[in-house]
Design a protein around this ligand. Structure first.
Ligand code: UDX
Length: 435
């Protein structure tokens, strides 16, 4: 099948590359000339494990093309995926201007039947809006389908090549057949394809992400309560997760969730609710708890030292989670802001996300070339991202470099046994404090 992907951001690029890998001819369209030029030269604009290899393979196989010319791509395609940004507007609702403006162009340009597939996370009712915009411009038949993406950053290639399910919202039999054909390589291997109406499909994405945000936040509250009563969240987590109705995943407490999806989607669902005179009480509470959770260790650091003024904090990890350079809504940024406000200095280390943080924070903080250099002359260590390289550090070397043997661990990187005999003061989330 010939497919256009409009928008080569994170979702667009991974989806386009995956669809090419499945044997389709894919035209990726973007307005950013520079980016398109670089992609043509085989440069992947995002960091995602495994993507570059698949990207280059499909360029070489002449299944993956890049262009700024949307008309050229549309003319050659049966199916058009929209993978455009839907940033939160001022009131928290998803801004649909990019999606609707491309819908407008599609309406003006198409000359034969097309299936328009919405991959972006969009509020319930967006398929209807896209349909209305296109049909205001053309009499050519077309269908609009909702096909939300569930991929995780850092595992995007794995997730998109091994999806847990494919959700397709469509009221057209013809479009459903075409979508079934595109995803046949998956369904052949037992991946379920779940057909539903457009609105249910659009809501599925928000409901799934919001549920996971609630799950994490619930666990963060349990962790905070564990500290009050002297329970160990690691034990509670294992005990709870063994019930397969609950499951072990997404029960890891820490300094809050971030990223490009959870915060935005929770906010947008709350806002969509308000538009219908409906209050998602559980989501409002989730947002509030998460906001506090992100900086919960700042109070602890302040308590430990009495003041943060003049204290030098080493920070390990800046990305919102491991295996990505993404720093959107990262807890590290909230911590940096408050720590600086309170007069602390920060030396941060994150090999992958440093450049992105530099663009925002600049030289308000210092950056270290490796994890141990970051500790030199620092008063304590704060861990903000769970990068694997932090999992088994040389505690003796850490003690040599740091002014004080003090660790605040926002991601529960170490087991109690690992730290117990090192002489470090160790404060993590939902577990007893050592030292
Ligand atoms: C998420 C969804 O998982 C994905 O399906 C969706 O389509 C996009 O949003 P992503 O944002 O890439 O993916 O990250 P994910 O791995 O889900 O983690 C989200 C946040 O939750 C991170 O900040 C992570 O650190 C935090 N988290 C996750 C926890 O604090 N505890 C956990 O147990 C799991």
């Amino acid at each position: 099948m010939n497919i256009s992907i409009v928008g080569t951001g994170y979702v667009g690029l991974v989806t386009g590359t995956t669809l090419a890998e499945l044997g389709n001819t894919v035209f990726c369209v973007d307005i950013d000339e520079n980016k398109v030029e670089r992609m043509k030269q085989g440069i992947v604009p995002i960091y995602e494990p495994g993507l570059e290899e698949m990207f280059l393979r499909n360029i070489q196989a002449k299944r993956l093309f890049f262009t700024t010319d949307i008309k050229e791509a549309l003319d050659q395609s049966d199916v058009i995926y929209l993978a455009l940004p839907t940033p939160p507007g001022g009131d928290g609702s998803a801004d649909l201007s990019f999606v609707l403006s491309v819908a407008n162009q599609i309406g003006e340009m198409i000359t034969s039947y097309k299936v328009i597939v919405n991959k972006s996370t969009v509020p319930v009712g967006t398929a209807d809006k896209v349909r209305a915009v296109i049909s205001s411009k053309t009499d050519i038949p077309f269908d609009v389908v909702s096909n939300p993406e569930f991929l995780r950053e850092g595992f995007a290639v794995k997730d998109s090549m091994n999806p847990s399910r494919v959700v397709v919202g469509s009221s057209s039999e013809k479009a459903k057949e075409i979508m079934a054909k595109i995803y046949q390589p998956f369904t052949n291997t037992g991946v379920p394809i779940i057909f539903m109406d457009e609105k249910s499909s659009e809501l599925t994405k928000y409901a799934a992400n919001s549920f996971l945000a609630v799950k994490i936040t619930f666990m963060n509250e349990i962790a905070n309560y564990c500290e009050k009563v002297g329970a160990d969240v690691d034990k509670v987590r294992l005990g709870m997760g063994s019930d397969d109705r609950i499951g072990h995943r997404f029960l890891f407490p820490g300094i809050g969730y971030g990223g490009s999806c959870f915060p935005k989607d929770v906010k947008a669902l709350i806002k969509s609710g308000h538009d219908e005179d409906f209050t998602f009480k559980i989501l409002e509470a989730t947002e509030e708890v998460n906001k506090k959770q992100k900086v919960i260790l700042v109070d602890e650091i302040e308590k430990y030292f009495g003041t943060l003024k003049g204290k030098k904090i080493a920070m390990w990890g800046l990305a919102f989670k491991a295996n990505t350079d993404d720093i959107r809504e990262a807890s590290s940024l909230d911590n940096i802001e408050i720590l600086l406000e309170k007069g602390a200095q920060i030396v941060a280390y994150d090999a992958i996300a440093e450049d992105n943080v530099k663009k925002i924070v600049g030289d308000k903080i210092a950056y270290a070339p490796d994890m141990y250099t970051a500790l030199e002359g620092a008063d304590c260590l704060l861990i903000a991202t769970e990068w694997s390289e932090f999992k088994n550090p040389n505690f003796e070397l850490m003690a040599e470099k740091l002014n004080n043997k003090v660790i605040f661990d926002g991601r529960n990187m170490f087991s109690m046994e690992q730290v117990e005999d090192t002489g470090f003061y160790y404060k993590s989330i939902g577990r007893k404090t050592i030292g």
